[in-house]
Design a protein around this ligand. Structure first.
Ligand SMILES: [Zn+2]
Length: 214
C-alpha cells in the first residue's frame, strides 16, 4: 500500500513538472512569434506606404498625360496605378491579418516634367525596390515561416519585373500604337492583350476577370 502511495506521489509530481515545462515553453514560443510578427509588420507597413504612393502618383501622372493628349503614356500609367493599387490592398490585408493597422499617409499629388524622364525615373524606382525592399521582405517572410506574406510580396516582385520590361521597351520605341494592358485583380500581375495567358501565371485568376486598360 505504502509502495503504491509513493508511486502515485512520484507520478503526480512528474506530471506537474511536465505541465509547467510545457507552459513555459509555450510562453517562450509565443513571445518569439510576436517578435517575428513585429518585424514582418514593420516591413509590410513600409511596402504598403510605397504601393499607396505609387498608385496615387501614377494615377495623377496618367490624368496629366491625358490632358497633354499622350494617350499611349496615359494607358501605361493607368495600368501601373491599378497594379500598385491591387498590391497596396494586398499589403493592407496582410497587415490586418497580423493584427496591425495601416494609416493612410497624407501626400500631395506630384506632377511630371516630361514623359521620358518620368519613364526612366519609374524604371529606377522599380529596380531599386526589386533589388532591395521587396527582395529583403520576401527573404524575411520566408525566414519567419510566413508564407502568406512571402507569396504576396513575390506577386509584387513579379509584377514589378514585368513593368520594368514594358517601361524599358516604351523608352526604346517611338511608335504611336497604343498597347492594351491587363491587370490581374488578385495579385496585380500585368499582361498584354497581344499574348494573354488563360489564367494568371502567379495566382491562377481567370484572364476573363482581368482589368483592361486601352
Ligand atoms: Zn494574378
Amino acid at each position: 500500500m505504502k509502495y503504491l502511495r509513493t508511486l502515485f506521489v512520484i507520478a503526480f509530481f512528474t506530471g506537474l513538472i511536465a505541465l509547467a515545462t510545457a507552459y513555459l515553453h509555450g510562453q517562450r514560443e509565443s513571445r518569439h512569434t510576436e517578435q517575428l510578427w513585429q518585424e514582418s509588420l514593420q516591413q509590410l507597413k513600409h511596402i504598403c506606404r510605397l504601393k499607396h504612393s505609387e498608385y496615387r502618383n501614377y494615377a495623377a501622372h496618367a490624368r496629366q498625360a491625358e490632358q497633354d493628349s499622350l494617350h499611349r503614356l496615359a494607358t501605361l500609367l493607368h495600368t501601373m496605378s491599378a497594379a500598385s493599387e491591387v498590391q497596396y490592398e494586398n499589403c493592407r490585408k496582410a497587415i490586418n491579418s497580423l493584427g496591425g493597422v495601416f494609416q493612410i499617409p497624407i501626400m500631395p499629388d506630384k506632377g511630371y516634367e516630361d514623359s521620358d524622364s518620368l519613364l526612366s525615373h519609374a524604371i529606377q524606382h522599380k529596380l531599386l525596390h526589386h533589388n532591395s525592399t521587396t527582395h529583403n521582405g520576401i527573404e524575411q517572410a520566408l525566414k519567419d515561416g510566413n508564407r502568406y506574406v512571402a507569396r504576396m510580396l513575390t506577386w509584387c516582385d513579379a509584377s514589378e519585373v514585368r513593368q520594368i520590361m514594358i517601361l524599358q521597351r516604351e523608352l526604346a520605341t517611338d511608335t504611336q500604337t497604343v498597347s492594351i494592358y491587363m491587370v490581374c485583380p488578385t495579385c496585380g500581375a500585368v499582361s498584354e492583350e497581344s499574348l494573354l495567358p488563360y489564367f494568371c501565371p502567379h495566382c491562377m485568376t481567370s484572364s476573363e476577370e482581368f482589368l483592361v486598360f486601352e
